[in-house]
Design a protein around this ligand. Sequence first.
Ligand code: C5P
Length: 307
Amino acid sequence: MLSSVTVRAPAKVNLALGVGPLRSDGFHGLTTVFHAVGLYDDLVATPLRPGSGVQLVVEGEGAAEVPLDSTNLAWRAVTALEAYGASPDVSLAIRKGIPVAGGMAGGSADGAAALVAIDALFELGLGKETLYDVAAALGSDVPFALHGGTAIGSDRGTALTTALVRGTYHWVFVLAEQGLPTPLVFREFDRLHDAATVPDPEVPDDVMSALRAGDAEALGRALHNDLQGPAVSLRPHLAQVLSIGEEYGALGGVVSGSGPTCAFLARDDEHAVDLAVAFTASGVCRTVKRANGPVPGARVVDQRSTA
Ligand code: C5P
């Protein structure tokens, strides 16, 4: 019997995010290229006495903004796995390293981490397919947090195909003071576009060929996000952040997912340090983080047994 399981799950940035028209189920069809980067949330799951229920604690930067009730995706993961034999009596302790409400799928990473941790803790032996199905029911970005690496996402972002990638990419992330709720950004997309003229998004050839070639300069030029316009419309300050990145010689810059974090691609580690220092000195932001990608998806990094 295991007494605790620790799972580490990565943040993501969308190298390309094409958004289709609003569907009747309230979601938008997407074609995206997900890329997992080395900013992590760690989740420790521990069994509790029968009748305790879920106990959730969150610490780290932005923890105060994270819900501690059954709306949290990690909590919802426990509830979803009860149907597969998981005990509902479990403590979840999350340490945030991923910006909260930043467009980097931090909540989804916690959902994915909880799925992997509960599966291991209660020895459910769930297959990959079941875990991915439960993940997709939790949220559009949760399957990719399990998958990691670099992958094309279609449907809601939940249907994944591993992408062929050469090399490591060096990123600088410029964080905003206040998060942006994803549904708000999609609503702004709808407001700014006439649904009848929004084309179905396609896999971007320029991003895929840059990744195959390991060509960071070409990838920098190809970064694209259909949610960038809506995010900038809601937070005009982001336009300034993006233009400063260009001025400082980033290979490319893009709003990450639904924002407000902005992601900038650097040539190498040294260039990433230079960019990060320049951003910090510019005063346009409070927090800058560096991370490389691709990195693996949610995985067990420690597990302990009762003596
Ligand atoms: O799937 P998730 O719960 O993360 O989605 C949050 C919200 O973002 C959805 O309720 C929807 O408003 C919007 N969304 C969307 N199309 C997607 C993914 C998310 O409209 N493909």
